[in-house]
Design a protein around this ligand. Sequence first.
Ligand SMILES: Cc1cc2nc3c(=O)[nH]c(=O)nc-3n(C[C@H](O)[C@H](O)[C@H](O)COP(=O)(O)OP(=O)(O)OC[C@H]3O[C@@H](n4cnc5c(N)ncnc54)[C@H](O)[C@@H]3O)c2cc1C
Length: 257
Amino acid sequence: MSTLPPTDTSSLLARLPGVSAATLVVSERSQVSPSLVEVRLSGDVAPLVPQPGNDVMLAVPVEGGDGSFRRRYTVRSFDAAAGVLSLWVDTSAGGPGARWAATAPLGSTIELVGPRGKITLDDMADWHLFIGDLSFVSAAYNLAEAIDPPGQAMFLFEVDDRSDVPTPTLDEGIGVTLGVIERAGRALDDPTGLLAGLASLVLPEDEGHVYVGGELSVVATLKRSLLDLGLSAEQVDAKPYWRLGVSNLAHGEPDKS
Ligand SMILES: Cc1cc2nc3c(=O)[nH]c(=O)nc-3n(C[C@H](O)[C@H](O)[C@H](O)COP(=O)(O)OP(=O)(O)OC[C@H]3O[C@@H](n4cnc5c(N)ncnc54)[C@H](O)[C@@H]3O)c2cc1C
């Protein structure tokens, strides 16, 4: 039986090279869309400098109990000079992470470690396709903002309500295609919407890279489909962010067993 590694800060720092700890202040909260909330965290962010697509691992309080769970959120923006980093959190997730993002008092503190994550932008790709649900919008936009002209960014999201997906604003010279599929009552682990969206795309002939994030079984199905389409394993980065009906484990990842 496998034992999960400890999630206290000193254990994390000992086993994750290049990762630092920080305690930041919840300085601002704003609504990006009905279900996406932006949380701005202020303080000494200097040790946390992220690569595009990196995330931070927050110690969010356990409701009604002692201690905390780790929850991972992509760094949506990072400003070392101003000492601010922001997150976009999908508050339709029903656990302590979403609750913290929606309700943590301004002025309260949160402990976190970062930067984390191995998936960053493939600089050699001519086009980039981002596929996932609302929890993946932050990573998709953050990665896409690192594309150099004349690159191409294609987004394919499945959400309950299309008004939840903000329009991407990328540099002039980047080709942008945004596809939003409304879930129309399908279960959150039903991949058919995104599979149909993928089937309707005409992928450019040159070299591309596909990034997938969202519900565990949807991510696994999409990855298989992308490989079946002829993409190589090196061209596909697929990351399960959460699992339907199951809380992420105390270290912030969905249970893959
Ligand atoms: C590397 C990484 C980066 C991530 N970046 C982001 C990000 O930038 N923004 C973001 O919003 N999320 C992001 N996530 C996903 C987020 O960490 C999970 O959704 C997490 O489960 C939320 O924690 P919670 O405490 O609210 O819910 P949990 O306690 O984990 O789960 C409670 C219930 O909510 C359900 N649930 C969890 N997440 C969702 C969801 N997204 N939609 C619907 N139901 C859900 C679970 O199935 C469970 O039934 C990231 C995850 C990883 C691994």
